[in-house]
Ligand binder design. Structure first.
Ligand code: ZN
Length: 300
């Protein structure tokens, strides 16, 4: 029987995982909120699990306890990363019952701090490079419209150098659809989240990619327009949860003979600026803290 170990990694410590003499863009919100991990640790952690050398550009270190736990295990052959925009820890804390399906398919829950400003391209820039904004190059929202805004190697470049293939699936003109162009991935542009998830399922089943990233921007859009706890927004949150568990189900079947890692990895949280209108970008806990759910599946 599978033993699931949950590690809620909110430690009231400043942590050596990103040991730097001076505070950098990855440690600002970790230190402010007493969070042990940075969302930028996703890139080196996925590299470590998959046996891929991280780029020399990568500043963050792999999550120590995951790397340690995986040391005696085989290398992961596949990786699936689901990016549900703005579904921060504040939602998980408030709607625990809704999040149970995500816990049920997860091996580890890693509470992480993101970067400033806590907006989509700045945060996903950090998540997929392992670098703070001042290194990866996107310092503010509108930088996403610059040509080649990410100035360092990404997770996708590291995978490509190791001979692995990456797919990035996202709605047309959203941050993830734009900021990684020019880096080593195949880009699948869709009309909406539903089509992105359907595309991800197809690519998982076709088995031609080693790393698949699927973006879902629905909660972010609905909370901006209706408020973070509006009924419509919560429906979008539940859709994100369902999309992820469906993707895991497809991966479990298609990759039944593979070792794989999947991650539910939001960029930031959100808060209401006034009734019926959500926003984010600040250093407040509701914007700054996200739960990353890692599933490590060893099938051989
Ligand atoms: Zn976002």
């Amino acid at each position: 029987m599978k033993r699931i170990l949950f590690i809620i990694a909110t430690l009231l410590l400043s942590v050596p995982a990103l040991a730097q003499d001076a505070e950098n863009g990855l440690t600002v919100l970790m230190n402010k909120h007493g969070i042990a991990y940075s969302s930028a640790q996703l890139t080196p952690t996925i590299c470590a699990l998959c046996g891929v050398p991280a780029s020399p550009d990568c500043v963050a270190q792999p999550i120590g306890f995951i790397r340690t736990a995986a040391k005696s295990k085989p290398t992961m052959e596949k990786a699936l990363i689901f990016c549900p925009d703005a579904t921060g820890k504040f939602l998980v804390d408030k709607y625990q019952a809704d999040w149970k399906p995500v816990y049920d398919v997860s091996t580890y829950v890693v509470t992480s701090a993101n970067v400033l400003p806590s907006v989509t391209p700045v945060c996903f820039g950090a998540i997929f490079t392992g670098c703070p904004p001042e290194v990866h190059g996107i310092l503010k929202y509108n930088d996403k419209y610059n040509p080649n805004p990410i100035k360092v190697e990404t997770l996708f470049d590291a995978f490509s150098k190791a001979g692995k293939k990456c797919a990035v699936i996202a709605e047309k003109n959203c941050s993830i659809d734009l900021i990684f162009r020019g880096h080593q991935a195949d880009f699948y542009t869709t009309k909406n989240s539903e089509e992105s998830v359907a595309t991800a399922k197809r690519l998982i089943q076709e088995n031609n990619y080693d790393l698949i990233v699927c973006y879902d921007g629905n909660y972010d859009s609905t909370m901006h327009a209706n408020g973070v706890f509006a009924e419509k927004s919560l429906e979008a949150m539940k859709d994100s949860i369902r999309y992820y568990t469906e993707l895991v189900e497809v991966a479990d079947q298609a990759w039944a003979d593979k070792n794989y890692v999947s991650v539910f990895s939001p960029d930031h949280g959100a808060h209401d600026v006034k009734a019926g209108k959500g926003t984010h970008g600040s250093d407040m806990a509701c914007d700054a803290i996200v739960n990353f759910f890692y599933r490590l599946r060893y099938n051989k």
